[in-house]
Design a binder for this molecule. Structure first.
Ligand code: RFL
Ligand code: PHB
Length: 389
């Protein structure tokens, strides 16, 4: 098979990019290892920035997002007794939208046929070849036979564990990694949220987050040591812990219910550079990971895709090859700012095992400062809604 762009992976980054390229008349094929049901079974992001919402709107695939997404004009930082509200609408004039990654992916999947986006699911042994040349290709096996896709560009949207990043030779690669000494244990339940806005809590027993997917579906997290297993956390124990960490006000409004999903995700900050080498571009988790505290992962994937789509349509439709050359620097400039915000909010809201009284006093002082300063709140708010693309 021959195409202009071969996209590896069919998560949100890949499908957004595929649709944006198709909308501009660029040929592309998407190659994914898993089944659609497997992908829709992964419970991940819940908060969308303006860039992500605007890309769905540009594609005309935002009808359900507009109807069912919950616009949020603020969120809260909790510290012991105190609830510090960050009024993002007042401070920035913008808002975020609570709409699950699963639903966004479902909307993108559903439009495949109508928009002529070809996706090959259940492709095994996906491998990238000749990415330093102008004629890269991707091979895979499916139903017992070998396949080859020749393209002008390959875009790796295959997440943190996919093969694309590894196709960039070590001699040009730089990696930046920070692993955190805890993971987030998440629970999804069909119960109304305890608060109409998100609450990020730093309690002496650890971090907690009260989030939601809709007015009848809640998503909560606590941080746990990396050695903990999900089986050690029955629903009752988790609800008890959430009630303590989120504080009496939230606990009074918290409805408990059986978990629909429960899992532990490790936290890390990771950046791979460059994000383009030869004819290979990387987008989303394939190139970088942020700890989920800033709600940035999916949104960063969306801004990468925005830059990659501009670069590739420039190349194929407008005779502007330079944007492809600039892609890595353009995308990384925004990536690093989101990494910084996600890292600093993680640092502020979690108790690290190595922390002593001084580090704790620094957290308290910073939260005090945020509570009393409009400038500090503005800095948090403008990062949370998303920096300009
Ligand atoms: P994905 O979603 O991982 O998709 C990659 C796709 O590539 C496929 N793949 C392969 N395909 C072919 N061959 C191979 N060998 C392959 N290997 C892998 C995979 O099957 C998959 O379909 O990456 P993408 O598209 O870059 O999207 C990134 C987001 O998924 C991620 O950043 C967010 O989920 C992060 N995240 C959050 N982001 C936000 O913006 N806001 C949030 O509120 C938020 N909360 C979260 C999160 C991530 C979490 N976890 C579990 C990591 C909360 C959690 C708990
Ligand atoms: C979620 O609802 O899953 C969620 C919300 C905000 C975050 C992380 C995860 O910062």
């Amino acid at each position: 098979m021959k195409t202009q762009v071969c996209i590896v992976g069919a998560g949100p980054a890949a499908l957004l990019l595929g649709h944006l390229l198709r909308a501009e008349g660029v040929e592309c094929v998407v190659i994914e290892r898993q089944t659609p049901d497997y992908i829709l079974g992964r419970i991940r992001a819940g908060v969308l920035e303006e860039i992500t919402v605007s890309l769905m709107a540009r594609l005309g695939l935002d009808a359900r997002l507009r109807a069912e997404g919950l616009p949020h004009g603020g969120f809260n930082l909790a510290d012991g007794e105190r609830l510090i509200r960050i009024d993002i609408a007042d401070l920035t004039g913008k808002q975020v939208v609570v709409y699950g990654q699963t639903e966004l992916t479902r909307d993108l999947m559903a439009a495949r046929e109508e928009r002529g986006l070809e996706v090959v699911y259940e492709a095994a042994d996906v491998a990238l070849h000749e990415v330093e040349s102008d004629a890269p290709y991707v091979t895979y096996t499916k139903d017992g036979s070998e396949h080859r896709v020749d393209a002008r560009f390959v875009v790796g949207c295959d997440g943190f564990h996919g093969p694309s990043r590894k196709a960039i030779p070590e001699r040009v690669a730089r990696e930046y990694l920070r692993e955190y000494p805890f993971g987030w244990l998440g629970i999804l339940a069909d119960v109304p949220p305890c608060n109409h806005e998100l609450i990020y809590a730093n309690h002496e027993r650890g971090f907690a987050l009260a989030s939601m997917r809709s007015e009848t579906r809640s998503r909560y997290y606590v941080d746990v040591p990396l050695t903990d297993r999900v089986e050690e956390w029955n629903d009752e124990r988790l609800w008890d812990e959430l009630a303590i960490r989120l504080g009496p006000e939230a606990a009074a409004h918290m409805t408990r219910g059986p978990s629909l999903e429960k899992s532990i995700a490790p936290l890390r900050s990771y950046v791979f550079a460059p994000m383009r080498h030869g004819s290979l571009l990387l987008c989303g988790d394939a190139a970088h990971i942020v700890p989920p505290t800033g709600a940035k992962g999916l949104n960063l994937a969306a801004s990468d895709v925005h830059y990659a789509a501009e670069a590739l349509t420039g190349f194929f439709r407008r005779n502007e090859p330079d944007r492809v050359a600039a892609y890595s620097d353009t995308a990384l400039a925004r990536v690093w700012k989101s990494e910084r915000f996600s890292w600093s909010l993680t640092r502020l809201m979690h108790r690290f095992p190595e922390d002593g009284p001084f580090e704790r006093a620094m957290q308290v002082a910073e939260l005090d400062y945020i509570a009393s300063s409009r400038a500090a709140q503005t800095a948090i708010a403008e990062n949370y809604v998303g920096l300009p693309v």
